[in-house]
Every structure is written in structure tokens, then in C-alpha cells.
Design a protein around this ligand. Sequence first.
Ligand code: CA
Length: 233
Amino acid sequence: MGKTVLIVEDEKAIVEILKFNLQREGYSVLEALDGEAGLELAQAEDPDLILLDVMLPRMNGFDVCRTLREGGCAIPIIMLTAREEERDKVFGLEAGADDYITKPFSMRELLARVKANIRRRSLDTAQPAQPGSQLLKVGDVAVDPVSMTVTKGGAPVDVTQKEFDLLVRLFSAPGKVCTREELLEKVWNYAYFGDTRTVDAHIKRIRQKLPQENVPWTLKTVYGVGYRFEVNA
Ligand code: CA
């Protein structure tokens, strides 16, 4: 069945170009030109994904996102943030957005993100019972939460407990931005203000142990925010 994308954006030219490209990819498109209308449409139509601008009339994107999440809405949300506004990315993720893309954006990248976020939602919905207990395999790397082992090409890779936990987090959510704070909280159980350099140090070691050459995935640094594990198409 076709997927529906809701665009909440007040610049009509952007709405048109997004709509054109999304429809060409087979998506149905809903559009709202202000925050309140966007919120209402999201609640009434339950789209598969929301592209949400930050600066909007009547209600800004952060408030729309927060309101939806507080109401228990789990629809993937990608914020459209202004370039160079580092704060906006963090605010957006804190408000409950799954991802963000900066304007001006490449249409190809945006479509790839839309696809990745919709796919992740379907995976989440398909296996709600035991998250984190199935074998996570990407290319020749396998992360096994049951035996707590990591292998590459069948050969064991020696990782620490924290490195293992980080790998599980990242491999379980391809396409999703994991903020340093979120990783600290989930993997180390630290409070929000823990030292995020701990995360960076562990990621560095993971990259040394699992070199990213000739592999169908990338562990990307999202500058100023965190990391994103990407599976190449
Ligand atoms: Ca705007």
C-alpha cells in the first residue's frame, strides 16, 4: 500500500517541489501551510511520515512535534531546519523528532531519509515484542544480543561491554540520528549532563575494530549532535 507523507511548510515553493518529488516516488502527499493545520492533519490522517519545518506561522515546528509526542504519536518526524542553526537540530531531536535535514537540502538525500525513516517505523511495528534480542546483521558484521558477540566475516571481534551496547543501539536504528546525550543515557545510564566525550572515545574504538572499508554501511558523525548508522542502498 502507498505511504503518505505530510508536509508542514509555509513556503509554497518548497511545498511544491517536495510534493512533486514525493509523488513521483509513489507517495501520497498531504500539505499544511501552518503549524496548527499541520498538527490537526497529523492527528486526523495518521500519515506515515511528517516533514516538519521549524519556522511556521501559528505554531512552530518544535511545538508541533512536542505536542504530537506528548499525545503518544509515534509517526516518524523529519525536521527541516535552517542551515547553520546547530541549536535547531538539538532542539528538534529533544522535541522528539527522529531526524532532521538542513535547508537548502539535496532532494536525493531527503528522499533517502524519508525512505529510511518509514522503513524503520515498519520494522519497529513489525517486531514490538522483543526489541534488541534478534541478530543484527549488516554486510559481514553480525551483532548477536543473545550471545553478546560481534563477528566480522564469521571471525569474532573483541569488543567491550559498552562498545557492544553502543553497537546494538546503532545497528538497531539505521538512519536514525542518535545524539551523544541519548547514547550516554541509554548505554551508560548517565544523566543528561554526563561527559559526551566518553561516547566519542568509544565510537573511535568501534571504528578501529570495524573498519569502514568495502562495507555496505557507514557510521557517520553528525557534527555537533551525535552519530548515525547508515545502511547503503
Ligand atoms: Ca518556514
